[in-house]
Design a protein around this ligand. Structure first.
Ligand SMILES: Cc1ncc(COP(=O)(O)O)c(C=O)c1O
Length: 417
């Protein structure tokens, strides 16, 4: 008799559900499909020639260490370079003891959740927020309180209200999770004033701030706002950095910069996950930093993505119906679209996929099940021609949906091309 493995699932595993759009997104492999769905860097943004040289150097000079297990904390020289770099580039200097190298920022999130969250604990996020964080919090059986946000990120008054409400319920949140700069999914950036006020609230309330910052260095216009970590005089901010979007996600390397006590506990937790992050990749990335090659490369990426963002914005302006609102993010990889409330972006997605264009629906990013009429568009991955054609296709699908809704006829449409 075959074993019914479902009977063995833990309580946490029983609560894990594949996302509703997963099945639809399987169709994205079709060759004619234009996808704005993933958050993928463009392969043209990978420094292939530079990396070829770096790999050769690591294999020639460091093979015995680079191919070996490494310390759980990470390659010392890479940690040291990151600690210094955080001072130089973020105004948030760190000691080596404050840095843990992780398998991307997603692992850092997972580790933080493991060492900080008990079932039933409350965490605060903006609403909407990064889906990967929601998944990590939910897997730990945390209760997520989403605070409304606008084009400048989390509303501080909304945060104060939420905290008062939680006080009344006797619930004391341990942490606030934020993607303050070019947020995934909306592209919004938390203003300096709000950063300061949220930091002060966290201090008053004894809460940790988890600052997830994969996109902060990808600013295409406007004045930079330093990470919240730069406000941090008391190691109250656990900062998540990653090489995924500024180098290559295939390395699976990022870092956690936090209080050394928290780092020590994180190291013990990480030993149980993967012993250490990819050692070979750490040697390669250290070499890129040692050669001062990272920041010139980031300039190349910024030029590429600024252009792609502008191509997408121009196409949206040209083709999208005026009832569809979209923002103009100053950096990052995503643009956010709000359709009229009568449009359901999940229903629309199946129609869009029929016509070979895809996006990610907004609702899964919301903590309260709202956002049915929103969607996220990635502009970094597709070719310029595909961006123009894909937005034109999507606009036609939206136009038709609006016409169908207006006529009160909800039947599926065919042959819009
Ligand atoms: C806000 C945010 N956090 C974390 C991650 C995970 O990145 P990494 O590749 O570093 O694990 C992503 C990836 O898109 C992201 O958008």
């Amino acid at each position: 008799m075959t074993l019914d493995t479902s009977r063995l699932f833990s309580v946490v595993a029983q609560g894990l559900r594949a996302s509703e759009i997963r099945e639809l997104l399987k169709l994205l492999d079709r060759p004619q499909m234009i996808s704005f769905a993933g958050g993928l860097p463009n392969p043209a943004a990978f420094p292939v020639d530079e990396l070829r040289e770096v790999v050769a150097h690591v294999m020639t000079d460091h093979a015995s260490n680079a191919l070996q297990y490494g310390p759980t904390e990470g390659h010392y020289r890479l940690r040291n370079a990151i600690a210094q770099g955080m001072g130089e580039h973020y105004g948030a200097p760190q000691q080596v003891d404050n840095i843990l190298i992780t398998a991307g920022s997603q692992e850092a999130l997972h580790i933080l959740v493991t060492i900080l969250i008990d079932p039933g604990d409350t965490v605060i996020t903006s609403n909407p927020t990064y889906l990967g964080a929601l998944l990590a919090f939910r897997a730990a059986l945390a209760r997520v309180e989403g605070v409304a946000s606008d084009s400048e990120g989390m509303l501080v008054d909304g945060l104060e209200d939420a905290l008062r409400d939680l006080d009344r319920q006797g619930r004391c949140p341990k942490l606030i999770y934020l993607v303050p700069t070019f947020q995934n999914p909306t592209g919004a950036t938390l203003s300096q004033e709000r950063r300061q006020r949220i930091y002060e609230i966290a201090c008053r309330r004894g809460m940790l701030i988890v600052e997830d910052d994969p996109y902060g260095l990808l600013r295409y216009e406007g004045d930079g706002i330093p990470p919240m970590k730069s406000l941090d005089q008391e190691q109250r901010v656990a900062y998540l950095g990653t090489f995924s979007k500024i180098l290559a996600p295939g390395f699976r390397l990022g870092w956690l910069a936090a209080d050394s006590n928290l780092i020590r506990k994180a190291v013990v937790a990480k030993q149980a996950y993967d012993i250490c992050a990819n050692t070979f990749g750490q040697y390669c990335i250290f070499e890129i930093l040692r050669k001062n090659a990272l920041f010139p490369h980031i300039e190349v990426i910024k030029n590429l993505y600024r252009h792609k963002r502008d191509v997408m914005l121009a196409a949206l302006e040209k083709h999208f119906p005026k009832q569809a609102r979209f923002n103009r993010p100053e950096g990052g990889l995503f643009l956010w679209v709000e359709l009229p409330p009568e449009v359901d972006s999940l229903q629309l997605l199946s129609k869009a996929i029929e016509h070979d264009v895809a996006y990610v629906t907004g609702k899964p990013f919301y903590t309260d099940g709202s956002g049915h009429n929103t969607l996220r568009l990635n502009f970094s991955y597709a070719d310029d021609d595909q961006i123009v054609e894909g937005i034109a296709r999507l606009a036609r699908v939206i136009d038709l949906e609006l016409a169908v809704l207006k006529s009160g006829d909800r039947a599926d449409h065919v042959g819009i091309f």
